[in-house]
Design a binder for this molecule. Structure first.
Ligand code: GLA
Length: 385
């Protein structure tokens, strides 16, 4: 924070009152590719995230600077011209949020300046983009004393990502980052936005994130393709069934009516969605009964389903997950959109160092890549500091 404040003063001058903010990253424990299928997800906010220092200006200029992209310098735009610009790169995320607030008729009468610094590894599927969106939302709210609920900031941040950035993500990331609560995961119904906090005091277990360090190639186009395949499957089912989303179906209903989905690929995608939604609800029930073993097994099933039916895993993710299974993880799966990024595992506390050493060695041997490991520390949602 000190370094960030110092940089802020260097870039923007030290006059006037600055305020500080934070938004976390997130990791999803189970319920993958379900948010846009109207079902349940179970993410939590991380203690790593995006820090920001911000201050109002007297003119209409918006100045954005990130310590993570120091070489790009300060991106300067005008409140009256915030159109998307490729050359602005990362700064399009905060710009998108500002645009979305303006479109929703929130009053932003003057410009402002922000310096960001984040410690979420980029492109690792831990939602660095949603983190920067939510921190910007909080900044805009606080600087201009807007009356806006958290849930609306979450929705506007998602809208910025959908419409301004052009990635058709669901609500999960922005929701987890907005609503996160220390030491809790969130069971969110993505249809109704009803949510419950579940304490994650795993006692003798730890959640470990392993980063493949393989950037997610083609992730956005494949992501949108999966969404379309699910939509096609839903339309096929709707010919006979009165359902709003794939998550409305029970597993038995799906098995009875899957013949309606003629395209075998779309049928596999739909199977994942239906089963994963049910699996998520069951997994949280198990957790509430303190049955970590069963929770872990459901995580493993989730991975197999993402690998075989949804086909969003990658060689690197599979190698990490299989090594984790072999080294005694209670559960392990890819997390986030897939095609690279991270896995999440539950590991017995006492064997963690050995686990990391073994999984790391197996991964290096099979891929020539070095994985990074982080013990998950579940933190709070986006806030003013
Ligand atoms: C990305 C999207 C989320 C969600 C996950 C997959 O993180 O941003 O909305 O769909 O992928 O579960």
């Amino acid at each position: 924070m000190e370094k960030l404040e110092k940089e802020f003063n260097e870039k923007f001058g030290s006059e006037g009152e600055m305020e500080t903010f934070f938004a976390p990253g997130r990791v999803n424990l189970i319920g993958e590719h379900i948010d846009y299928n109207g079902g349940h997800v179970f993410p939590c906010a991380l203690s790593i995230g995006t820090y920001a220092v911000a201050r109002k200006r007297n003119d209409h200029k918006i100045k954005l600077y990130s310590l993570n992209f120091a070489e790009s310098g300060v991106v300067e735009v005008d409140l009256d011209n915030l159109s998307y610009n490729d050359s602005h790169d990362w700064a399009n995320y905060p710009k998108g949020v500002i645009v979305t607030f303006l479109q929703a008729n929130y009053s932003i009468p003057t410009g402002f300046e922000i310096a960001f610094w984040g410690n979420i590894p980029n492109g690792a599927g831990l939602s660095s983009s949603a983190s920067i969106e939510l921190v910007t939302s909080i900044i805009v709210k606080e600087l201009f004393q807007l009356t806006i609920e958290k849930i609306d900031m979450i929705k506007l941040s998602q809208k910025a990502e959908n419409e301004y950035i052009g990635v058709s993500c669901g609500i999960m990331d922005q929701f987890a980052i907005g609503m996160g609560k220390r030491d809790h995961a969130i069971l969110l119904n993505c249809d109704t936005y009803e949510y419950f906090y579940t304490p994650i005091p795993l006692d003798e277990y730890t959640l470990i994130i392993a980063n493949t360090n393989k950037r997610r190639g083609l992730a956005d186009s494949k992501y949108n393709e999966r969404r379309n395949q699910c939509e096609d499957a839903l339309q096929a089912l709707k010919k006979e069934l009165d359902v709003k989303s794939l998550s409305d179906l029970t597993k038995a209903e799906f098995e009875n009516y899957k013949y309606l989905i003629k395209d075998p690929i779309a049928q596999k995608r739909a199977k994942h969605a239906v089963y994963e939604n049910r699996r998520t609800v069951e997994a949280v029930e198990k957790l509430n009964q303190n049955d970590i073993e069963s929770f872990g097994q459901l995580m493993n099933e989730s991975h197999r389903s993402l690998r075989d039916d949804y086909e969003v895993s990658s060689i690197e993710l599979d190698i990490l997950v299989e090594a984790a299974w072999k080294e005694g993880a209670i559960g392990s799966r890819m997390t986030g959109a897939g095609f690279g990024g991270c896995t999440i595992s539950i590991v017995a506390q006492k064997g963690i160092d050995f686990f990391i050493e073994r999984v790391s060695a197996a991964y290096y041997e099979q891929t020539g890549l070095k994985a990074d490991f982080y013990a998950v520390d579940i933190g709070d949602g986006a806030k003013r500091l």
